[in-house]
Ligand binder design. Structure first.
Ligand SMILES: CC(C)C[C@H](N)C(=O)NCC(=O)O
Length: 541
């Protein structure tokens, strides 16, 4: 079609868009497929003007530069390897909350670094210091892995954040399979950390690897920040981001997190997460545990004090009783109400999935709003309480109640800490107990909210459309990604959450899984998304 153009003139016209290889390659990739040639174009064959030719060539170059079909085919062809990679990662018990497992966590970080190094990334294992344990002992934090692929100043640079630490899991908690032995049952890959967050991190790595394997240029520069303390509040990461703001993060344009899930079978883009303030309320009394028959009735029991204190946090209908907390919550706007109203969400399905007949709210908007944009209190457990099978008749001498309050705009964890501490001490004082109460806040993570009008969200929609042939839900997430707000505040860059986890993955629960479908199609989604991001106008922040 462009046989009057010389290869030389084409390469000049295209500037840096195409790598000039030989006459054949350039002409082939510069041609529109026959079916896309319009009547007007046919009519003007042989007498096209220079600007029109340039336009057609550029159009054709974008259509051909992104070889999605080849990349997607590569992902399909390598899915067994990807499952094996996930199996290796799940086998490591990288539980960040268990100090006994710290060596496993260090090994996990080394493995991530090694994988990225083998791919040719510029990798660093960043020392983020130590953490102080409740007994005063100091323990080395797992290093944070940073990596860079590409440093072309003409391209956008995205930073993908993820984590490879996990929540605790034991077979005897009620798992049907060994939590650290990835088990494929009917296309679901069961294992602790499979969905949260090992498979999504691997999917991002495989997306980059696919470009490399096919000798295709990445459309954007890709950086990684992979940590090992997300599940316990991302200790050390805030300081590391701040310290590297003008170095590692200086050229980052956008931040991407895939550490959450869809709301239903429809893919989703996430624009908000709740924060979390996690508290320990410790009550101690006698110097050791006592026989409840011998001492019961004489002693004012720490456990009874603790239950009284915990009971003062929230009413049976879900109303938080700590003064000042509800007042700080940003009001629900009409636009927000409409957005929730438009989301397809099957309440019965949701109830079935978790095995209950009644929810706190019976209409969709109230339920979604209370999952995403209102705070809530959860009581997680009591350390020191008798919890084994059997009937031990003991009065525990010291008990530590563990609870958390999910944070939403405009709550501030520092203020919440004071509100909760003051309130619990006032409740405790009314009991006139001789026991002692100590309240500490061990995690203080802020909520995060994005602007859905940002081109990143358009890019996300286009990528979902390409891979799944449907529009995504725009959702918020009730869980917490502690570092999200810091990323946004410190770098001043926009952040999108692009989940690939399923709605029924059972994060933090028994039988956590990642479906093979979400893992593999999710990898394709990341490939498509990188291409969409590369098209965002360079000036957009
Ligand atoms: C669904 C959450 C955002 C997933 C995240 N990895 C997580 O579990 N964070 C800790 C939390 O308690 O929300």
């Amino acid at each position: 079609m462009f046989d009057y153009l010389t290869p030389g003139s084409i390469s000049v016209m295209l500037g840096g868009v195409y790598k000039y290889q030989d006459n054949h390659t350039v002409l082939k990739s510069a041609c529109l497929p026959e079916e896309t040639v319009t009547h007007t174009q046919r009519a003007s064959r042989g007498k096209m003007t220079f600007p029109f030719v340039l336009f057609v060539l550029l159009l054709s170059s974008t259509a051909h530069a992104f070889q999605y079909t080849e990349l997607a085919q590569h992902i399909d062809n390598h899915q067994e390897e990807y499952v094996e990679a996930l199996r290796d990662w799940v086998a490591i018990e990288s539980d960040s909350s268990n100090v006994q497992k710290r060596p496993d966590l260090h090994r996990m970080m080394e493995l991530v670094a090694q994988k990225l190094r083998l791919m040719g990334g510029a990798v660093e294992l960043v020392d983020v210091g130590e953490q102080e344990l409740p007994n005063g002992q100091m323990l080395a934090l797992p290093k944070v892995v940073t990596a860079r692929f590409g440093s072309d100043a003409d391209k956008h640079t995205v930073c993908v954040y993820g984590h490879v630490d996990v929540q605790p899991a034991k077979r005897e908690d009620g798992w049907a399979t060994d939590p650290y032995n990835l088990t494929d049952i009917n296309g679901n890959l069961y294992g602790r950390g499979a969905s949260d967050n090992k498979a999504p991190v691997l999917a991002w790595i495989h997306a980059v690897e696919a470009y490399q394997a096919l000798n295709m240029e990445l459309p954007v520069n890709v950086k990684f920040v992979i940590e090992g303390m997300e599940e316990t509040g991302s200790n050390g990461l805030d300081a590391m981001i701040l310290a590297q703001r003008d170095t590692f993060f200086s050229d980052v344009d956008y931040i991407i997190i895939s550490d959450c899930g869809w709301l239903s079978r429809r893919p989703a883009l996430t624009y908000g997460t709740r924060g979390n303030c996690y508290f320990f309320a410790e009550v101690d009394g006698p110097k050791q545990d006592l026989h409840s028959g011998v001492y019961g009735g004489a002693v004012i029991e720490p456990m009874i004090d603790l239950i009284g204190v915990l009971d003062s946090l929230i009413s049976p209908s879900g109303k938080i009783l700590v003064p000042g907390i509800r007042e700080a919550v940003a009001p629900l706007s009409d636009d927000e109400w409409r957005m929730y109203q438009d989301i397809q969400f099957d309440m019965d399905n949701y109830k079935n999935k978790i095995g209950i007949d009644q929810l706190m709210y019976s209409n969709k908007v109230d339920l979604l709003a209370h999952l995403w944009r209102y705070p809530t209190v959860t009581i997680h457990g009591i350390e020191g309480a008798f919890s084994d099978p059997g009937t031990k008749t003991v009065i525990p001498a010291k008990v530590i109640g563990k609870f958390s309050i999910r944070q939403v705009p405009d709550m501030d964890p520092a203020v919440v800490k004071k509100q909760v501490t003051d309130y619990l001490h006032s409740v405790f004082a009314k009991r006139k107990s001789p026991n002692r109460l100590k309240v500490t806040m061990v995690i203080g993570a802020k909520p995060w909210l994005a602007n859905t009008q940002h081109p990143l969200y358009e890019a996300g929609k286009a990528a979902v459309k390409r891979v799944f042939d449907m529009d995504p839900d725009l959702i918020r997430e009730g869980g917490t990604i502690p570092i999200a707000k810091t990323f946004q505040d410190v770098t001043g860059k926009s952040l999108i959450m692009l989940p690939i986890g399923g709605f029924d993955d059972g994060l933090h629960s028994q039988n956590e899984k990642m479906s093979r479908y979400n893992y593999i199609e999710g990898t394709k989604l990341f490939i498509a998304f990188l291409n969409e991001v590369s098209q965002i106008k360079k000036t957009t922040v």
